[in-house]
Design a protein around this ligand. Structure first.
Ligand code: NDP
Length: 451
């Protein structure tokens, strides 16, 4: 049977666009539907605008550091509308790049919502129904907000980039990536930031020592962070949102930001009706090759609720093309994925935490925590952490955790060595780059702990 397309991709984010382009370059007849802006969460309302906001938020500290280094500078003032205008112009430019890349590779794009009708048919909001040999679900995720009274008064990370004005104060709810990143960003931009996290320490799942250090330094920088704290009640009051919290505190905040996780974006997609198995969070359940229980329907990226990271979605999209269109079944390797949390201070991490490694096997912990030269000179009390977890049996570095400026850049490179199976002795054989912070990773001679 002849289908309209060989592949129909639903979702124009990182995973969907990459799969569509790579397949089309091979001569596969590809169509892609996106109901919103091309580029998805990463480009339009995630990684990219967030990172630009991180840069914007760091200039206040840079200016005071510059003064400490002898520059004669005035403090100045951050102007949100000016920045926001430039930010959106940049996002428009990037969206254009994405569209051109798709057009240039011969992908037919539909600016429409698509829903799955059955194993080989997609219905578009334009009224058209198209058929395809394969359907790839790449619809990403959506912010999930706790189901509590008044929660609609809050905003999510989707809204932050479009605010007309920055609030004087904000309550951020959550202790994960997004909550901690925006606490630093908004604090740096001059917003009075309060953060409530329900658990004992922010950034659950990451290395404990790093979490503690980041929390301490967020507080030192001015974030009013309360762990073990939740919202009891919310009401609109006096131009802001009144919040009563579990620690007995009541306050009116300019805004409340819920950064309480993201859920797979499958609602109303017609998947369950078409017979596709969905998991507890609504995710498309897939095998190692990203195939759902229907052989013609695959899914990649956040919608599968595996690892919610752009580069992982891209890998999954490319592995899908290898598997389905190049006759080369390819699994995505989800082991030892380096990642960065753009908190202030920044955090880069790969591999096992000290806690997880200790539960797995006997280990040695090599760690250095110190005031880096650059900040010490400027009179800042910030400390950095360079930490390696080493297997006693194999000497392999099982995990690396860095809290420092540019930790994201450092962990990308440490990640290569660790992915290659480098041992502590391989690190030690490498000559230090001096004077840098990362040289500690190759010069620490004795473990601080064994377990
Ligand atoms: P996370 O899962 O990282 O964090 C969610 C936070 O919200 C946790 O602290 C969680 O608490 C808390 N929470 C969940 N439900 C509730 C609730 N009902 N009431 C109160 N608190 C709640 O999600 P994010 O939204 O921060 O980010 C989503 C994903 O996006 C990340 O996991 C990450 O993979 C990706 N991302 C990556 C970035 C990067 O690479 N730099 C940046 C931003 C996002 P608890 O810990 O107790 O469960």
């Amino acid at each position: 049977m002849a289908y309209d397309y060989d592949l129909f991709v639903i979702g124009g984010g990182s995973g969907g666009v990459r799969a569509a382009r790579v397949a089309a370059a091979d001569g596969v007849r590809v169509a892609l539907a996106e109901e919103d802006r091309m580029g998805g969460t990463c480009v339009i309302r995630g990684c990219v605008p967030k990172k630009l906001m991180v840069f914007a938020s760091e200039f206040g500290e840079a200016i005071s550091d510059a003064r400490a280094y002898g520059w004669d500078l005035d403090e100045g003032r951050f102007d949100w509308p000016t920045f926001r205008g430039k930010l959106h112009a940049e996002l428009d430019r990037l969206e254009g790049v994405y569209r051109r890349l798709l057009d240039g590779s011969g992908v037919t794009t539909y600016n429409a919502r698509a829903t799955v009708k059955d194993a080989h048919h997609v219905a578009l909001s334009t009224g058209e129904v198209v058929s395809a040999g394969h359907i790839l679900i790449a619809t990403g995720g959506v912010p999930s907000v706790p189901d509590k009274q008044g929660a609609e008064l809050g905003i999510t990370s989707n809204d932050i980039f479009n605010l007309e004005e920055l609030p004087a104060s904000i309550l951020i709810v959550g202790g994960g990536y997004i909550a901690c990143e925006f606490a630093g960003i908004l604090n740096g931009l001059g917003v009075k930031v309060t953060q409530y996290y329900r658990g004992a320490q922010i950034l659950r799942g990451f290395d404990d020592e790093a979490r503690g250090m980041i929390a301490d330094q967020m507080r030192e920088r001015g974030v009013d962070l309360h762990c073990g704290t939740t919202i009891l009640a919310m009401e609109k009051r006096g131009g802001g949102v009144w919040v009563k919290s579990s620690n007995g505190h009541e306050e009116v905040f300019g805004q409340v930001l819920f950064a309480t996780g993201r859920a797979p974006n499958t609602r109303g997609l017609g998947l369950a009706e078409a017979g596709v198995t969905l998991g507890r969070n609504g995710e498309v359940v897939v095998d190692d090759y990203s195939q759902s229980n229907l052989s013609s329907i695959y899914a990649v990226g956040d919608v599968t609720d595996r690892v919610q990271l752009t580069p992982v979605a891209i890998r999954e999209g490319m592995a899908f093309v290898e598997t389905v269109f190049r006759n080369n079944p390819t699994k995505v390797d989800h082991h030892l994925i380096p990642s960065a949390v753009f908190t202030q201070p920044e955090f880069g991490t790969v591999g096992l935490t000290e806690e997880a490694a200790r539960a797995q096997e006997p280990i040695e912990v090599y760690a250095a925590s110190f005031r880096p030269m650059q900040h010490a000179f400027a009179g800042r009390s910030d400390r950095v952490l360079m930490k390696l977890i080493v297997s006693k049996a194999t000497r392999k570095v099982l995990g690396c955790h860095i809290v420092a400026d540019h930790a994201g850049e450092m962990i990308q490179l440490a990640g290569i060595a660790i992915k290659m199976g480098a041992t502590k002795e391989d690190f030690d054989r490498t000559v230090a780059v001096h004077p840098t912070m990362a040289e500690e990773l190759v010069t620490i001679k004795t473990p601080v702990r064994t377990a």
